[in-house]
Write a protein that binds this ligand. Structure first.
Ligand code: ZN
Length: 133
């Protein structure tokens, strides 16, 4: 894995969270995107070489809605950039990690993504992401 690509934060209200994080980072949102398959609306902010992804549920049965109902707002996942997501998924499977999807999915911000179950990683949901070229 190359680096932390972004940190995902689950929020109740994207508009309010964008307002807060734009002030916090002194940086404007550069992309807002709905990922219908995941039931989320996302907003990305750049902070130096890193990114913050704010996530609001767009449906009541969205994983983000469930996360917030259980834990409240807060850090939802850490995403790591990989060059070859298939190879990395195979490597992690061999190492005994539980992947939440068997094949890469289309994620936000022009990425192929795969999630690693939090129970495999000390309670942290891990996202692998590979830029679509
Ligand atoms: Zn993410």
């Amino acid at each position: 894995m190359n680096k932390i690509e972004h940190v995902g934060i689950a929020v109740n209200n994207l508009k309010i969270a964008v307002f807060t994080y734009e002030k916090l980072l002194n940086s404007a949102v550069y992309k807002t995107e709905e990922v219908v398959s995941e039931g989320v609306i996302t907003a990305f902010l750049q902070c130096g070489p890193n990114k913050i992804e704010l996530l609001e549920a767009s449906t009541t049965d969205s994983p983000i809605a469930k996360f917030i109902a259980k834990k409240g707002e807060g850090i939802h996942h850490i995403a790591f950039e990989v060059d070859d997501i298939i190879t990395e998924m195979e490597r992690l499977k061999k190492e005994g990690f539980v992947l939440l999807n068997e094949t890469p999915k289309q994620g936000a911000d022009n990425k192929l993504v795969c999630f690693v179950h939090p129970k495999s990683a000390n309670g942290v949901l891990i996202e692998l992401c590979q830029e679509i070229k």
